[in-house]
Design a binder for this molecule. Structure first.
Ligand SMILES: *Cc1c(COP(=O)(O)O)cnc(C)c1O
Length: 220
């Protein structure tokens, strides 16, 4: 595995699905990875990354942004409302907007700053009690709510239940996005990004298949 391998597989999956080359963006999920692995991917020319933790991102990315122009970092993990202020300064997009209180907070920050990261709504397609995300039956109303707040809503995001075929979840998310006029689909990880591309993913979030396994015990 590694960056080149994943890039090739994405191109092949785009072609197999009859999609335009470059229609899928690869978010290299760098959470918890040692600096040298991330720097190798930056030196290879990759510029789009995903992170799960505000604190960790604040410690890592300012220096890398200065060193590697054109970097974009997307927040893909759960976001506490009390970290929203920090998050809007750190990220070009937030994929985990999953409740009205967070949307309202992001909207008021956008008012003050005059700009906002792009927003994806996270959908709990499997209706799993322990998982974040708007339940499928609440998606249309929440899309309307986020739009009414004038946030730059670009799409939907999901994490299918472990151990289930992800394809029906990807198809469900694609259907919800289409009926709401949203073009962004953040779906697919190391184990299932090709299935996600077949279902229309515009952003795949791939971590361990690029960087290797994460070692949470080594976290700083
Ligand atoms: C960690 C994470 C990923 C990447 O997972 P891999 O299996 O390492 O590719 C993707 N999406 C989200 C939301 C994550 O938290």
């Amino acid at each position: 595995m590694g960056l080149d391998d994943i890039t090739r597989k994405i191109a092949a999956a785009e072609a197999a699905a009859g999609r335009a080359p470059g229609s899928v963006q690869l978010i290299a999920v760098s959470k918890v990875q040692p600096a040298e692995r991330v720097e190798a991917v930056l030196r290879a020319g990759h510029r789009l990354f995903g992170e799960n933790y505000v604190q960790e991102s604040a410690a890592k990315w300012p220096a890398w942004r200065a060193e590697f122009p054109g970097v974009a970092v997307h927040m893909i993990g759960p976001l506490q409302t009390n970290k929203a202020k920090q998050a809007v300064e750190l990220f070009e997009a937030i994929h985990s907007v999953d409740r009205p209180s967070l949307a309202t907070k992001l909207a008021s920050l956008a008012q003050v700053r005059g700009r906002s990261p792009e927003v994806f709504i996270q959908v709990n397609t499997g209706a799993e009690p322990q998982k974040a995300g708007i339940l499928p039956e609440g998606v249309d109303a929440f899309v309307a709510e986020v739009r009414a707040l004038d946030l730059p809503l670009v799409g939907l995001m999901c994490i299918p239940p472990e151990g289930e075929d992800p394809a029906p979840h990807f198809a469900m998310l694609a259907g919800m996005a289409a009926r709401n006029g949203l073009s962004g689909l953040s779906m697919g990880m190391s184990s299932d990004f090709e299935a996600a591309i077949a279902a229309g993913a515009t952003h795949v979030r791939v971590g361990s298949a690029i960087f290797g396994a994460r070692d949470y015990s080594a976290r700083h």
